[in-house]
Design a binder for this molecule. Structure first.
Ligand code: SF4
Length: 570
């Protein structure tokens, strides 16, 4: 249920309500503190998935937010475009990136002293009503949908964050997690700035509110402020910042989280709704899948390290912040006397490879290639690396469907559906009885018996995390008459935690760390089990790259091989 914020702060009743017009009240003052059980990550996850069954949700990785922003062009007719509605539709399209809570902040542009905003918990469609959308006036705004990592699930962490700076209100939407948040937090506190949450998004907000080291002679220099932040923290973040009549789009120097720019098009009635070339404004989005639903087209991705400015007159690139060079101890083969930064190579970019594997919507485009095609290539590569004598290829609907199709194409076997998914499963009880726990997967999936009786089935999935779902699914298929069930995973085993904003269970909870392949195969009850190799995954991803983002196309594979893009200091 939505717990939308309206009216004004009622401190006496300690309610989770906030003003819908931001006029300098510290928004972190609202809400009650989360109970201890709210901080339990497992409970977090279950609640975050809304109507998705706990057991199934728990077996997947979770993305940690979608950001979206829109600014109308100077001559765009305000009566034909509702900025709040565009942002709302954008957030609905990015819902897969975070289902815990969402918010929209709009502004009437230059010289404004207040924002309009509305935030709530739950799915985007359950938070915003027509009435709230109507109240979110303005020609510019940003939005955010969230799944919590740093900062936990306290409602006060709902974004966008807002603060009053010396130069007026500033709002920020953040996807990612700062790898050096602890050190940065100390820096901010040392400068006498108080922090109200554990959220690194608040940290970013406060860092940006500080005057940059060289000062500002002619008003706020947001380019310099953002650069200062980026030099202090190399990864992981994609940001949308709203100030006056501009939105600043920022992607960290490693390009770990995605961000792209689009053009909002007028819909020409004469051509039956087809897009005409006239620009109504500019969009910033975590993924390009949101563009179609708001009538926009992809211009390009924001480059790793780039700061872009979107305003009523268009888009411009303000700066490109380089990746920091590694310390000498990590630059292999260099003798001490050559310890000069200019002699060391900057590391490659580190775009999260799991965006391709699982997080992104299949119709999104990264590096000039559609995610769907990459997943299909992963399936093909998997069939080359781990062929199996079988009758049909299938999948656990739906995220691994393209990989299963690629697998089927490569080995020349038919792709046949064997599972029917119930989309309307409610949440399980927090402490289900044994019988309900046993039925958790059967509640979610039904077997298409006639498609699998007496057949040898290859079931392709995109990942195994805790290994809680795959075993019951195999049992379901066997009970329905499958002769053999072979599991093929279109990504390598997940062995390490992620510190860049993806909620991965602890090392101990990752099933691939607990059981060698043979043991795991018999534990889940499969006839055989194989994963895609890391080299195979990188090959499948790199093959179709059509647009290089800046200087290199590198990928983060840290959860697979433990090689983090930067040195971890703890
Ligand atoms: S560690 Fe894994 S999930 Fe995290 S950013 Fe790297 S590839 Fe993505």
């Amino acid at each position: 249920m939505a717990t939308g914020k309206e009216d004004k702060i009622d401190a006496t009743q300690n309610l989770t309500r906030v003003t819908s017009e931001f006029k300098g009240v510290n928004h972190l003052a609202w809400g009650t503190q989360a109970s201890e059980s709210d901080d339990d990550p497992r409970r977090d996850g279950a609640a975050a998935w809304g109507n998705i069954d706990d057991e199934v949700a728990d077996s997947k990785l979770r993305e940690a937010c979608g950001v979206f922003g829109c600014v109308l062009a100077k001559d765009a007719p305000l009566d034909t475009v509702s900025i709040a509605q565009v942002i709302y539709l954008g957030l609905v399209a990015l819902q897969h990136r975070g289902q815990e809570c969402a918010g929209i902040v709009t502004s009437e542009g230059r010289g404004t002293r207040k924002f309009h905003y509305y935030k709530g918990e739950g799915l985007v469609a359950s938070i915003f009503t027509d009435e709230q959308i109507t109240k979110l006036k303005g020609s510019i705004g940003i939005g955010h949908s969230r799944y919590s990592t740093a900062g936990g699930r306290d409602p006060c962490n709902t974004q966008p964050f807002m603060v009053h700076t010396r130069h007026g209100p500033l709002a920020i939407a953040h996807n990612g997690e700062l790898i050096n948040a602890v050190a940065l937090r100390k820096t901010v506190l040392d400068r006498g700035v108080g922090l109200s949450t554990c959220s690194d998004s608040e940290l970013i907000t406060q860092m940006l509110s500080l005057t940059p080291p060289r000062g500002e002679k002619h008003g706020p220099d947001w380019g310099a402020r953002i650069r200062h932040l980026m030099e202090a923290t190399p990864t992981a973040y994609s940001l949308a910042l709203l100030h006056e009549d501009k939105i600043y789009g920022v992607r960290d120097p490693f390009g770990n989280r995605p961000l792209c720019i689009g053009r909002l098009m007028s819909l020409d009635a004469k051509s039956g709704g087809a897009e005409s070339p006239k620009s109504l404004g500019w969009i910033l989005s975590s993924e390009s899948c949101a563009f179609q639903s708001v009538g926009a087209m992809l211009i390009r991705e924001v480059y790793p390290g780039e700061i872009v400015e979107l305003g009523p007159y268009g888009v411009r690139s303000l700066d490109l912040v380089p990746r920091p060079k590694p310390p000498l101890s990590e630059a292999a083969g260099l003798p001490d006397e050559t310890d000069h930064p200019s002699l060391r190579e900057a590391p490659p970019s580190a775009f999260c490879i799991f965006e391709y594997v699982y997080f992104a919507r299949a119709d999104s485009i990264y590096e000039g290639q559609q995610v769907y095609s990459v997943r299909k290539r992963c399936g093909r590569q998997l069939a080359i690396e781990a062929p199996v004598d079988a009758d049909i290829i299938s999948t656990v609907p739906e995220s691994a469907t393209p990989a299963a199709m690629g697998f089927a194409l490569q080995c020349g076997l038919p792709y046949v559906e064997v599972l029917c998914r119930n989309r309307y499963v409610g949440r399980s009880f927090i402490q289900p009885d044994t019988r309900s726990r046993q039925l958790a997967v059967a509640k979610k999936f039904g077997a298409l018996t006639e498609n699998l009786v007496g057949r040898r089935v290859v079931l392709v999935d995109d990942s195994i995390v805790r290994g809680t779902t795959v075993g019951p699914i195999i049992r379901l298929l066997r009970q329905a008459g499958a002769r053999e069930v072979h599991i093929r995973i279109a990504s390598p085993p997940i062995l390490h935690p992620c510190y860049m904003g993806i909620n991965i269970p602890t090392r101990g909870e990752l099933i691939a760390n607990n059981k060698p392949l043979e043991e795991l195969t018999s534990f889940i009850g499969a006839d055989s089990l194989a994963y895609l190799s890391i080299e195979g995954l990188v090959k499948a991803v790199s093959e179709g790259v059509a647009v290089k983002n800046g200087t290199s196309s590198g990928y983060c594979t840290a959860c697979l091989d433990g090689k983090y893009p930067v040195h971890l200091e703890w």
